[in-house]
Design a protein around this ligand. Structure first.
Ligand code: NAD
Length: 306
């Protein structure tokens, strides 16, 4: 029987524990604050930002939002970041990607104070992750790791194949799972668009993580019996419904489920975990900046779902 991993349930459990950390911060006069910045008219980006703001509101994080006209020069965005860097009530800053073409996204990410970089994309935080001393782990890879822990799938000694080498998913996830620490110790292969015979690689894996942005790229033929399959992909494909589209992952769920021992659905798998780990990083940022230690959920056996 294949275990369909419920990212909403695991995310909710971690969020409940985070609420206790927030109470402790509140008792010490600190309300964690998250500022989101959007410089785009893209509907999907607007939806992501409003979901993040709603999640903050529900748990007692003070959310603030800044809409920047996508046609203005880069300085306007940089000035906004500078102000947020200086604002003591803001502990985390998230600039929703992608930004328009005339904006240098690396310059933007570098401008965010590394102590407020709750996306974990600033080079200082990327370097700390690679060096095995993470401060803020990028939310989606962190969500993958927590979801594996909650499913009692320990990556230690396992062969993990990650499909995708982006800076926001594939690369940080590879670093996370190969770390010599709990939730790591895996042997990781990272595949990408130039990989020859992807199926030969995924068929050797104990755990496959698909993060390529290609609808249903990984199907049942590419998955051996007993593999854990984590689908990070979120792709809009045309559909004959009211919206005119539906969301599908990078995994062909029905055929992969035939062989997988555990598998995440889309939606309802990694998506909610990404938001949970954003809340997690914001609480951690507030704790670090206020110098008030709080317990953070570790995502291990207490979250196991039967
Ligand atoms: P990206 O476009 O930056 O990177 C895609 C990677 O996949 C590249 O490294 C590329 O080499 C590789 N790739 C593309 N086609 C391939 C193929 N045929 N075979 C092997 N590798 C191939 O994408 P990204 O930002 O990493 O996102 C990947 C997917 O994950 C997207 O669908 C995105 O929407 C989704 N995503 C979801 C969440 C979430 O919270 N659920 C968060 C981030 C990204």
């Amino acid at each position: 029987m294949t275990h369909v991993i419920d990212g909403n349930a695991v995310g909710d459990r971690i969020t409940d524990e985070l609420a206790e950390s927030i109470e402790k911060l509140e008792a010490n006069g600190v309300t964690p604050g998250l500022a989101t910045v959007l410089m785009s008219d893209d509907g999907a980006s607007e939806t992501y930002v409003s979901m993040k703001q709603r999640a903050c509101e529900e748990i007692g994080i003070e959310g603030s939002h800044y809409d920047i006209n996508p046609n203005v020069p880069e300085e306007v965005l940089i000035d906004c970041i500078d102000e947020l860097n200086e604002d003591p009530s803001v502990h985390g800053i998230l600039v929703q990607m992608p930004v328009p073409d005339h904006i240098d996204s690396q310059a933007v990410l570098k401008r965010i104070d590394p102590m407020k970089d709750i996306d974990g994309f600033h080079p200082e935080n990327v370097g700390r992750l690679v060096a095995g001393d993470p401060r803020f782990v990028p939310c989606t890879p962190h969500g993958v790791q927590k979801l594996l822990a909650a499913t009692d799938v320990d990556p230690e000694g396992k062969d993990v194949v990650i499909v995708g080498r982006s800076n926001i998913v594939g690369k940080p996830l590879a670093n996370l799972l190969m770390q010599k620490s709990d939730g790591g110790n895996a042997t990781v292969t990272v595949c990408h668009s130039r990989t020859d015979d992807l199926g030969a690689k995924t068929r050797r894996a104990d755990i496959v993580v698909a993060a390529a942005g290609v609808p249903e790229l990984v199907d049942g033929d590419m998955i051996l019996d007993g593999t854990t399959v984590i689908d990070v992909g979120v792709n809009r494909v045309d559909a004959d419904n009211e919206k005119g589209y539906e969301l599908v992952g990078d995994v062909d769920f029905e055929s992969a489920k035939e062989n997988a021992s555990a598998i995440t659905p889309v939606p309802g798998g990694i998506g909610p975990m990404t938001i949970t780990m954003l809340l997690y990083n914001t609480v951690k940022a507030a704790s670090l900046q206020a110098d008030i230690p709080v317990e953070l959920p570790d995502g291990t056996s207490s979250y196991r779902l039967e």
